[in-house]
Design a protein around this ligand. Structure first.
Ligand code: ADP
Length: 266
């Protein structure tokens, strides 16, 4: 069980303080697929970085199995949006995927596990390619293979498909679900895309605008395996979409602040 306890994060610059996260608490049982949904700039990436031990929180804590997380835990890996910066351009796909395990297991075993993972993400036949010879979607598949080759207990993903075109994104969502179904592990998936959050997850945690708090914690009661057509045609999908849309599309301006005249007249 991963537990977030009253987590807070304030960025300071000189005397200026930017309170981004305020008193965030939730628990994630092992194997759950959780989406963190919220408006852009609301602190989702900050939360993910605190969970991954890549950044220190200002207050509160993250615990795994009751133990406070300090630094990046071994059993946790992250996949980020910028796939082109996450792979080593001087290494072939195989070398990129073996990288995290090459000092911990014999070379042959590392190569075998990497080949298996490359096949799992649908990149069979591309092991000898360099990242720059692969499309964006293929590079992100490679980044997922590299993340999963260590068989982590926790997979943290920060808008991983945000930079991909719509069709590639849909394909990668389904690849991710296939992988997760075959070997369930805890996934924490940050997105600002409501449909993506509902489609993938068991549960959607909604963060409000800054300072972010947990506004809503919604269990997604949709059958699995999911399907891009039938799941999204389900009446419950539309209901979730409507209620989440209402939650995160609340006006960001204070109520007494009117629009500038030019906009108001449109
Ligand atoms: P989201 O992922 O929801 O788009 P972020 O966590 O990236 O939100 O950013 C939330 C706020 O924190 C923004 O105002 C952003 O400018 C600020 N911020 C993010 N990272 C840093 C940083 N390393 N230093 C200072 N401010 C930051």
């Amino acid at each position: 069980m991963l537990q977030v306890n009253r987590l807070g994060k304030t960025y300071t610059r000189g005397k200026q303080a930017n309170v981004v996260l305020d008193d965030i608490s939730f628990g994630v049982p092992d194997g759950q697929f959780v989406a963190i949904l919220g408006p852009s700039g609301g602190g989702k990436s900050t939360l993910l970085r605190c969970l991954a031990g890549l950044m220190e929180s200002t207050s509160g804590s993250v615990t795994i199995g009751g133990k406070i997380v300090r630094g990046a835990p071994k059993e946790m890996v992250c996949v980020f949006q910028e796939y082109s910066r996450s792979l080593f351009p001087w290494r072939r796909l195989l070398g990129n995927v073996t990288y995290p395990i090459e000092t911990s297991v014999p070379k042959k075993v590392a190569a075998q596990r990497a080949h298996e993972m490359i096949a799992t993400v649908g990149l069979d036949g591309f092991a000898a390619h360099y990242p720059w010879e692969l499309s964006g979607g293929m590079q992100q598949r490679a980044a997922i293979a590299r993340a999963l080759v260590t068989e982590p207990k926790y997979l943290l993903m920060d808008e991983p498909f945000g930079a991909l075109d719509a069709q590639t994104r849909i394909q990668l969502e389904d690849t991710l679900l296939e992988i997760w179904t075959k070997s369930p592990r805890t996934v924490i998936f940050v997105t600002h895309d409501i449909d993506e959050a509902i489609y993938l997850s068991d549960r959607v945690i909604v963060l409000g605008a800054r300072p972010s708090r947990v506004m809503e914690d919604v269990m997604i009661d949709l059958p699995r395996p999911r399907n891009q057509i039938t799941t999204k045609e389900d009446r419950r999908f539309a209901d979730y979409r409507r209620s989440l849309f209402d939650l995160i599309m609340v006006p960001q301006q204070p109520a007494n602040q009117s629009l500038p005249p030019a906009r108001a007249a449109e």
